[in-house]
Design a protein around this ligand. Structure first.
Ligand SMILES: [Ca+2]
Length: 319
C-alpha cells in the first residue's frame, strides 16, 4: 500500500539571473548550504549579499536581492547620510548606489530617471536634460520644471518635422529638441510603468489655451502594441468639458496604429489618412500627427473640430 508521498527537494534550482550580474563562485553547487557570489560590471554594485541554498530548496540572501545597481560617488558608506551629497543615493552593501531603475548623472550630481526625479533633485529650470527612463538607456528630452517635473514626449509648434511615419520610427526619438519632436514609444512605456498622469498642453488656432489631464495613464510595451490605459478621472478646459466620451479617454485600451499597422477597431485604417495614434474609430482626440495643419480634435457634436497651432504632451509619475 502506498502511503502519503511528499516530494522532498534535495537541491536548489538553477541560480536566478539578474540583469548585468554574473556569478563569480568557481564551482556552482546546488546542494543545501552552498553559496553563490554575484558580481557586476564596472560602475555597478551587487546589492543582495551572498546567496545561499536554503533547506527550503530556494536561493536566499540575508538581505533583499536588488541586483546590480548603479554606483553613486561616495565610495564606502555607513549610512544614507554619507551618500547624501548625491541626491537620492542610498547606502547599500556598504557602498553608495542609486535606487533600482535610476542612473547617476554627474552634471546634476543626482540619481535620476525622468524629469520628476531631476525636479526632486532641485533642478528648477525648464530645458533639455538627459534622462534614463528604463534605468539603462539615456536620452535627452525637454523637462517642464515650472509645473513640477513633467517629461515632455511630444512637441509640435513649428511644423518642419514629418510625423507621417511608420512603427519603427515611432518607437524611437525623431525630430529636434529645439523644435518639433517625438520622444519614442519605448521610452514612453518605461516612463509610465510607475503610476503616471498624462497632460495635453495645447494652444488653439485662435490662440486660446487648451489643457486635458488624465490619471493612471500607462503605455504597454511593443509586444502589446503600446496599448494605453487610463482611469476615467480627468480634468479638461471647462469650455470643452462636453467633448465626446471624455476626449482622450475615448481611446482607453486602444493599441497604437501607424499607416501600415492598423490596430484600430474601425473597419477602415484610421492611421493611413490621419497619421499614427492610439486610434479607435478614427474620431475624437488625436488627428494631429498627420500634418501640422491638421492638428485637430473632434468634439463629437455638430461636426465641430478644434484646431491647434501648438501641441505639447507630457507625462509625470505620481509618486
Ligand atoms: Ca481597422
Amino acid at each position: 500500500m502506498i502511503s502519503d508521498i511528499s516530494i522532498v527537494r534535495l537541491e536548489c534550482p538553477e541560480p536566478a539571473e539578474y540583469y548585468n550580474a554574473y556569478i563569480t563562485t568557481p564551482e556552482i553547487s546546488r546542494s543545501f548550504g552552498s553559496t553563490l557570489q554575484y558580481a557586476c560590471p564596472t560602475g555597478y554594485a551587487w546589492v543582495g549579499g551572498v546567496v545561499t541554498c536554503s533547506t527550503a530548496g530556494s536561493w536566499q540572501s540575508e538581505g533583499q536581492i536588488e541586483g546590480c545597481l548603479v554606483l553613486a560617488p561616495g565610495s564606502n558608506c555607513a549610512s544614507d547620510t554619507t551618500c547624501s551629497p548625491v541626491v537620492s543615493a542610498k547606502c547599500k552593501s556598504d557602498v553608495c548606489v542609486c535606487p533600482a531603475g535610476f542612473s547617476y548623472l554627474p552634471d546634476t550630481s543626482a540619481c535620476t530617471r525622468d524629469c520628476k526625479s531631476l525636479f526632486n533633485s532641485g533642478v528648477q529650470s525648464n530645458g533639455v536634460y538627459e534622462i534614463t527612463p528604463d534605468g539603462i538607456n539615456s536620452v535627452n528630452t525637454l523637462c517642464d520644471m515650472e509645473n513640477g517635473g513633467w517629461t515632455v514626449f511630444e512637441r509640435r509648434f513649428i511644423g518642419n518635422v514629418d510625423f507621417m511615419l511608420e512603427w519603427d520610427a515611432y518607437r524611437q526619438f525623431f525630430g529636434s529638441l529645439n523644435g518639433d519632436f517625438w520622444l519614442g514609444l519605448d521610452y514612453l512605456h518605461a516612463l509610465t510603468v510607475a503610476d503616471s498622469d498624462i497632460y495635453f498642453d495645447f494652444t488653439t488656432s485662435a490662440n486660446q489655451p487648451f489643457y486635458a489631464r488624465y490619471h493612471n495613464f500607462s503605455v504597454a510595451d511593443n509586444h502589446t502594441l503600446f496599448k494605453i490605459s487610463m482611469s476615467s478621472v480627468y480634468e479638461i478646459t471647462p469650455e470643452y468639458s462636453n467633448i465626446r466620451n471624455g476626449g482622450f479617454y475615448d481611446h482607453n485600451n486602444m493599441y497604437f496604429s501607424t499607416p501600415q499597422h492598423d490596430n484600430d477597431i474601425s473597419a477602415t485604417n484610421c492611421a493611413s489618412t490621419r497619421g499614427a495614434w492610439w486610434w479607435n474609430k478614427c474620431y475624437t482626440f488625436g488627428m494631429f500627427l498627420k500634418s501640422f495643419n491638421f492638428m485637430k480634435m473632434y468634439m463629437g457634436y455638430n461636426d465641430t473640430y478644434v484646431y491647434f497651432k501648438e501641441t505639447t504632451m507630457k507625462v509625470r509619475r505620481t509618486k
